[in-house]
Design a protein around this ligand. Sequence first.
Ligand SMILES: C[S@@+](CC[C@H](N)C(=O)[O-])C[C@H]1O[C@@H](n2cnc3c(N)ncnc32)[C@H](O)[C@@H]1O
Length: 271
Amino acid sequence: MNLGKMITERRKMMGVTQQVLAEKLNVSFQAVSKWENGTSYPDVTLLPELAAVLNLSIDSLLGYPSQSQTDYDNRYNQAGYYWGLAPNSICYEIMRLKPPTKQYRVLDIGCGEGKDAVFLARNGYSVTAFDISEQGLIKARALADHCDVKIDFFKADARDFRLETEYDIIFSSGVFHYIPDKLRSDIVGNLKQHTTQNGINAINVFVRKPFISLAPDMEESEISAGDWKSGELFMYYHDWLFHKNEETIFNCNSSGVPHKHCMDVLIAEKV
Ligand SMILES: C[S@@+](CC[C@H](N)C(=O)[O-])C[C@H]1O[C@@H](n2cnc3c(N)ncnc32)[C@H](O)[C@@H]1O
């Protein structure tokens, strides 16, 4: 995608006008309009600020693959759907709590190959979804096309993405353990702030228990993020109504070496 198209797409996704974007960057709206229709380019000194305002890395803004990729690209590059196509059980709980009596806006953070985003879209929700893996998004778009649903998929890094528009339902499965401890309060605060009244956040995260050894296949980005403490996720939502706050320990054989994980699952409503 060229630079102008990227700016237009991201600006619209954030729900801001050319004028608002121009004000944030201290340029005229005519300048933004010219960048978007490809008749001129932003000054190179403006790129860091433009990338930050659009919640992108400079690489992504210029159409290069992000440097902060995980090894998920390799996994998603294989035939078939790495995580299968069955939706996460949390999706059914979302449907029970917020049946699609109107087009609720859903954000799926770290949507992978899109199984949950597509499931929710097929059931009448208006879904936006992002992931850091381009390969995951390619699969996710193909799945949405196959199921004949429209989903706003885009590539972003949850660590530097901040919402500017509101959602009724924010969902994330298997992703929050990549969020470094220093950023958690800011990121969760941003999600809470951009959830509509009586909207819900449905999130799960792997947590550390001293009596469970570290998984043998932990990735570098997961280790460097720092452990999530048991109950930490719930604490961020102490002022919301809990529909679910559950901790489960389960067996896993992902690396061929049997091990255990502990996961906290939260479904909370903004009241
Ligand atoms: C365990 S998979 C879960 C995928 C999907 N939520 C599902 O349940 O099928 C974790 C996903 O998080 C994505 N991911 C990892 N770090 C990320 C980040 N910093 N920002 C956005 N997505 C990220 C990976 O690319 C991967 O698709």
